[in-house]
Design a protein around this ligand. Structure first.
Ligand SMILES: C[S@@+](CC[C@H](N)C(=O)[O-])C[C@H]1O[C@@H](n2cnc3c(N)ncnc32)[C@H](O)[C@@H]1O
Length: 244
């Protein structure tokens, strides 16, 4: 399905669906197997942690409960309203990651959990993130792994071939509607090859110091056998990068 709207508008349109999806305990990969390895990548709480692309705010709330002093931003006004309603004491701001309304060195940690692939201008978002980090500041990001967004399995079988019909190397928009239980969610994102992420980090002066490739865990597969094919490929790519 083609959808030419900016990604920011596509996400604003599904903010309510996203909140229902993201808030149901155990429903998605965050709760089942992604939160724990991602949080292990984070440095200890410091001066200020910026959550970029916070959505309805679950990551920001978890960061706060771990002792981080959090400011959260999202381009979608509805997402920001939802995040503020869930924790009125949290500072949550409507802002485009490509134009952050903060001074240089505002934060010492930036978290972009599952949001960079949902942004229209990756290099501007990473450049702005670097600007608002002080020297030695850290960006921890999780994205849909570029191998995942490049293609799909030919079937739900455990040994199904993974097929790339187009080009891994060509950036492109993609959209997927997932129904699980009584919830339905349309994800609109941008596939970019790994080198595009690394080019953005490189020109922003950010050096990767840790990288993980999380995928489903065994208990997710026991719960639903058709997830077994994902034991062979990474679903996500998580990294920690430091400003030089
Ligand atoms: C998949 S959601 C992730 C939300 C949250 N990090 C989580 O994992 O629960 C992606 C979010 O990125 C936001 N987003 C997209 N483009 C953005 C931009 N240019 N600046 C800031 N946020 C953006 C969307 O509005 C959406 O809330």
């Amino acid at each position: 399905m083609s959808d030419d709207r900016p990604l920011s508008q596509a996400w604003e349109a599904v903010a309510g669906d996203w909140a229902a999806w993201a808030r149901r305990p155990g429903h998605d990969s965050y709760w089942r197997f992604h939160r724990q390895p991602f949080f292990q990548l984070l440095p200890a709480p410091g001066r200020l942690t910026l959550d970029i692309g916070c959505g309805e705010g679950r990551v920001a709330r978890d960061l706060k409960s771990l002792g981080h002093n959090v400011v959260a931003v999202d381009v979608s006004p509805t997402m920001v309203r939802l995040a503020k309603a869930a924790d009125p004491s949290m500072q949550v701001i409507v802002a485009d990651a490509a134009h952050l309304p903060f001074d240089d060195g505002f934060a010492d940690l930036a978290v972009a959990f599952m949001s960079l692939h949902d942004m229209d201008d990756l290099s501007a978002a990473v450049g702005e993130t670097s600007r608002v980090l002080g020297p030695g500041g850290v960006l921890c990001a999780a994205i849909v792994h570029p191998i995942n967004s490049a293609g799909q399995f030919a079937s739900l079988d455990e040994g199904a071939p993974f097929v790339v019909e187009g080009s891994y190397l060509a950036s492109h928009r993609y959209q997927e509607t997932v129904e699980r239980g009584d919830l339905r969610m349309t994800f609109t994102s941008h596939h970019r090859p790994l080198q595009e992420y690394f080019a953005a980090l490189e020109s922003a002066g950010l050096s990767v110091e840790a990288l993980r490739e999380p995928t489903v865990d065994e208990s997710s597969v026991i719960e639903r056998a058709d997830r077994a094919r994902w034991l062979r490929l990474p679903l996500f790519l998580d990294l920690r990068a430091r400003k030089r």
